[in-house]
Write a protein that binds this ligand. Structure first.
Ligand code: BES
Ligand code: ZN
Ligand code: ZN
Length: 486
């Protein structure tokens, strides 16, 4: 799909018209569409089209600039935000998907005096077309069709910059979802290394790949032990993007290419979803690719630990004690709490690069879904300013997060009896916080934040514009965060 700022060059097939609840005055394009269909737009408004959010109506136009107009509700003006635009665009595309149209124009409503700013609105509309139009096409043909171009018009300022950003964000979001959708049979540490190498070449990033030998040399037993039950060996990738001479920002993403739980085997129900346990890794890769494509003025390092958690003959056992890269000893009570083991070494490795701050993103704990449901990313960390920045970025990006505490009192719960730490708490209490507390130990004094996306990375119920399956959660939030960093 291509995005354009301005009216379509050729003859567009359809037009998206936005409406606010309780406001019946027509925009310029709505007036034109109403004239072309002899007053049907107005009639629908009178007959019961309320313009509530996600509400849509299709009108056929017998002649004129467009063949169809899609009326899209945004809800009330006072609650209007970018999320309403994303949902409306998704509803519009759904209406059109059986008609195989090529070109769609979108009229930006005149939003003077509201909290909606046009560039932000343009970005939300543009991104949403990618989010809602995404399909995983490797193993099944398309069931519908989406327009090949979307032209945003009617704005007052220049929107070419946000439109370009929307395109990059949208494409990288699709890239992340494709990686997450890929089955475990075809997705393993070395395969993601290949993806990282491809990205490095294409977007001029520096890359370092650590194989088992070099992981052993550095003492990264967290990564090695988690990976040793699989026939496909673990790896770690480090990528660098130098877009400015600024304090370094470290990004770390959990890359468990499949999580069976290991010897502490998971139950069979829903285990197929555990191919998404590398979402953090995919997100970090997508973010650094997007940062390079957007030429963000930032200095970034991404560290991606990669392992497959399998119950093989060589797998680690519950009760095993390992020495992590930073010297900490850990008793592995559950081999299913593997994410924190590989992340601990990766965070340590990231720290050695001397970043000003570190952010990790991980499908870390099922408990996060219990605590926050599917609507919020779990946010934890040691730095108030960093956490506030992430919170704010999540809000504008449409990926909200909510903070949980990492107080010293929780430390008690992961203290080991015959080792420094154990990798799980005692009982089921505060599972998400325990995961955060474990990682905090390895971030030490470096300002650090942790995003637990276990509850949000995979949509079981269809999301209003992301549908079912991988949601790429974290990518938009981190990109916005990096864009906002001065
Ligand atoms: N990858 C899982 C977390 C997860 C669970 C993500 C469900 C998405 C949906 C993680 O490695 C894990 O298994 N965590 C355990 C931790 C426990 C053993 C302390 C969990 O959540 O049960
Ligand atoms: Zn696990
Ligand atoms: Zn896991």
């Amino acid at each position: 799909m291509k995005l354009f700022a301005g009216k379509a060059k050729g003859k567009p097939d359809a037009v998206f018209l936005f409406f606010l609840e309780g406001e019946k005055n027509l925009s310029t394009a709505a007036r034109e569409a109403d004239r072309l269909c002899k007053g049907q737009v107005k009639k629908l408004l009178e007959m019961g089209f309320k313009a509530g959010s996600r509400e849509s109506e299709l009108v056929h136009l017998p002649a004129g600039r467009w063949r169809m107009a899609v009326m899209l509700g945004l809800g009330e003006r006072k609650t209007l935000d970018s999320e309403r635009f994303r949902e409306a665009v998704a509803a519009g595309l759904k209406r059109l998907c059986k008609y195989s149209l090529k070109s769609v124009e979108v009229e930006m409503i005149n939003a003077k005096g509201t909290m909606v700013i046009e560039p932000e609105q343009a970005r939300a509309i543009g991104e949403a077309a990618f989010f809602a139009g995404y399909r995983y096409r490797e193993f099944k043909k398309d069931d519908g069709s989406f327009p090949s171009e979307l032209c945003l018009f009617g704005n007052e300022g220049d929107i070419s910059a946000p439109v370009k950003k929307a395109e990059i964000t949208g494409q990288e979001h699709c890239y992340v979802r494709d990686l997450v959708n890929k089955p475990g049979a075809d997705k393993f540490p070395e395969m993601l290394v290949k993806e990282a190498r491809k990205a490095a070449k294409e977007f001029k990033l520096e890359i370092k790949v650590y194989d088992e030998k070099s992981l052993k040399k550095m003492g990264y037993n967290g990564i090695l032990r988690v990976g040793q039950g699989s026939s496909r060996p673990p790896r770690m990738v480090m990528l660098r993007y130098r877009g400015a001479n600024k304090p370094l920002i470290g990004l770390v993403g959990k890359g468990v290419t499949f999580d069976t739980g290991g010897i502490s085997l998971k139950g069979p129900e829903g285990m197929e979803r555990m191919k998404d346990d590398m979402t953090g890794a995919a997100v970090v890769l997508g973010v650094i690719r997007a940062a390079a494509r957007m030429k963000l003025r930032q200095n970034l390092v991404a560290v991606i630990p990669l392992a497959e958690n399998m119950p093989g003959a060589a797998a680690q056992r519950p009760g095993d004690i390992l020495r992590m890269g930073d010297g900490t000893t850990v008793e592995v009570i559950s081999t299913d709490a593997e994410g924190r083991l590989i992340l601990a070494d990766a965070i340590h490795h990231c720290r050695l690069q001397k970043p000003a701050k570190i952010i990790d993103v991980a499908t870390l704990t099922g408990a996060c879904n219990i605590a926050l449901g599917r609507f919020a990313i779990g946010l934890m960390g040691t730095d108030e300013e960093l956490m506030t920045g992430l919170s704010h970025a999540g809000l504008v990006a449409g990926e909200r997060c909510w903070a949980l505490p990492l107080w010293d009192e929780y430390k008690e719960m992961i203290k080991g009896e015959i080792s420094d730490l154990r990798n799980v708490g005692r009982g089921r209490e505060a599972g998400t916080i325990i995961g955060g507390m474990f990682l905090k130990n390895f971030a030490r004094k470096t300002p650090w934040a942790h995003l637990d996306i276990a509850g949000t990375a995979w949509a079981i119920e269809p999301h209003p514009y992301l549908g079912k399956g991988p949601t790429g959660k974290g990518l938009r939030l981190l990109l916005r965060f990096l864009e906002a960093q001065t």
